[in-house]
Structure formats: C-alpha cells, structure tokens
Design a protein around this ligand. Structure first.
Ligand code: ZN
Length: 106
C-alpha cells in the first residue's frame, strides 16, 4: 500500500486550526459528553492550561507553552469538529469519527 508524507496535510490542517477553537465541539473520551470547548472547566498553570470535562472532570485538553513551541494534547477528546460551513473535519479526514459528530440544524 502506498502512502503520502505528512506534508499533504498542510492545507487541511491550516484550515482546521484557522477558527475560534472555543466554538469547536468535541466528545469526552471518558463519559461521552458532547460540548463546545468554551463549556470546559479550565485550570491555568504557569506553563499552560488544563481543560476538564464539564460532566465528569476528565482531562480533555492540555496546552503547555514551552521554549520552542506549544504542546497540544487532545487525548481526552474522542473527536473534535469545527462547524465551518458545511465542512465537518474529524480526527481522520475522509472518515466519520467513532460515535459520529453531532448533527447540526441548518
Ligand atoms: Zn466527561
């Protein structure tokens, strides 16, 4: 099976992160609660932030600012969707995330 290198993701990744991330909706990997990032409970630390699930307090997102870059850990999110137009990017382009993203009324 042939594959492409990660450079092929440049365009879609740039589009994916070019929005107000607090409006992104995600599912907690622990309890399956679906909410926007703005609804998370955020705890600040000198070096970054920890966002916890509003329902079960599991860690959803960790952002650590460090020399040379910022670390983004999304392992507490089962999936994240952005709601930009009709585009519904998921964790894996071209596939529906496990349990599917929420439907949006149009
Ligand atoms: Zn949860």
């Amino acid at each position: 099976m042939t594959h492409l290198d990660g450079n092929v993701l440049a365009g879609v990744a740039a589009d994916l992160f070019a929005f107000d991330t607090t409006t992104a909706t995600g599912r907690c990997a622990e309890c399956r609660d679906v909410a926007t990032l703005a609804e998370a409970l955020v705890y600040g630390a000198p070096m970054g932030f920890v966002a916890r699930c509003r329902a079960c307090l599991a860690v959803l997102v960790v952002i650590v600012e460090r020399p040379g870059g910022t670390l983004l850990d999304l392992r507490g999110m089962r999936w994240v969707t952005t709601h930009v137009g009709d585009r519904r990017p998921a964790v894996s382009p071209g596939s529906t995330p496990p349990d599917g993203p929420p439907s949006r009324a149009t």
